[in-house]
Design a protein around this ligand. Sequence first.
Ligand code: ZN
Length: 466
Amino acid sequence: MAVNYKRKLNKKKIIIFIMSILLLFIVIGFVYFLFNKDEVIAILDSEVHTIEETDTYTLKIDYPIFHIKEVDNKVKEYVDKRKKEFIDVVDKIDYELTAKYDFLLNVTSSEYNDIINIHMNTLSYTGGAHYMRDDESIHYNKKTKQFMNLSDFFIDTEAFNKIDDLAYHYIMKLNLKSEKYNFSEIWVRRGIIPNALNYSHFTFKKDGLEILFPPYQIASWADGEIKITIPYSDLNELLKDEYKGSEKEDEKVVLVPEIRDLSKYEDKKLLAFTFDDGPNTSTTSLLLDNLDKYDAKVTFFVLGSRIDAHSEVLQRAYLEGNQIGSHTYNHQNLFVIDNTTILKEINDTNEKIKEVTGEYPKLIRPPYGNTNSEIKRLSSLSTVLWDVDTLDWKSRNAEKVCEEIMKSAHDGAIILLHDIYESSVNGALMAMDKLSKEGYAFVTISEMATLKNRELNNEETYYNFK
Ligand code: ZN
């Protein structure tokens, strides 16, 4: 009896032991889950977007977080400084405004060869003929943990001093290629003298060294920013070994997007979900990852200034059958800029979209919905606005976004959202989940027009397809 009792006790101990091990695994699993989840949030949380709207001004700031202290500090310093300057001006207004003041700060970045290239651009409108512009760039070497100037990539000063002849050659080539430029030789020569300031905005890319010259540096305001790319075939002999690039040119591939059979949507109620202000790698990807669940295609109105840094996700959106429209280059208020600048805002975006998708956009949504017959004439694109405004940029709350959509959804509606916010993406997906059960299908603007037997033209403004 005594022995038996002991055995029973041992059995009990073993069971407790096994249970403890199991419990431990569950706890480890849970902690791992939490940890993983945190990481996802951190990736999605890699951009800061601010919109402020008052009676006197609108302010829009977008910048990424790099999770490198010295880099993030520099970016934050720039943002705070520019914002303070603007607010100081606004605070002094003591007269009636003819047009709202406007502040647009956009930070774009790219990474190549362990170098993070960051370009910070501010456009502020405080009256007058055009926006004021400010540019600043940072180049950070992740390996050496140092900030770099362009000359640091060159063998020595003598090599760097040859940059102006190369720059001159490629600027003049642009001049020959395009009728829109009419560069003055003295102006160009003055703006390309080899020094750190003249060459602060550069990016080494797969096909060469891209240099950006902001307006006024080598040409007039009307000529806008000028970008050239010096190929590695001209550069390699001047660069340090570790920065030399491949001289082979990449073959261009023809892109064929997914096309779907629209006949199965003929009896459905239709909704066009539209997303402005992107592309944005993390949040746009999140949306694309989930559209198939609802057999949905959507329309993106993208900013030209964001395309270089988020080109991969834009190409994916296009290839998966979504429609890409223009939201102009810098999100300026088209009512307060001259026609030359309006044209540039539109044309530069068209070119950027074509670079990534292989085709020009057919649609435009001007920032703030500001359009008129003159802007339409200049763009020669179909103007698409919206009739369901989710105010997603204000609420930043997925449930609220979903609620707004559910409240106003109707056959033929165009819904305004912004895919730079995770909350907007999640809200849209929540609404799609509910609406698909109510007999709705989700289509692009062009698909909607086809299904509603409407031919898109450049004179009308499309708020919906009732
Ligand atoms: Zn916008």
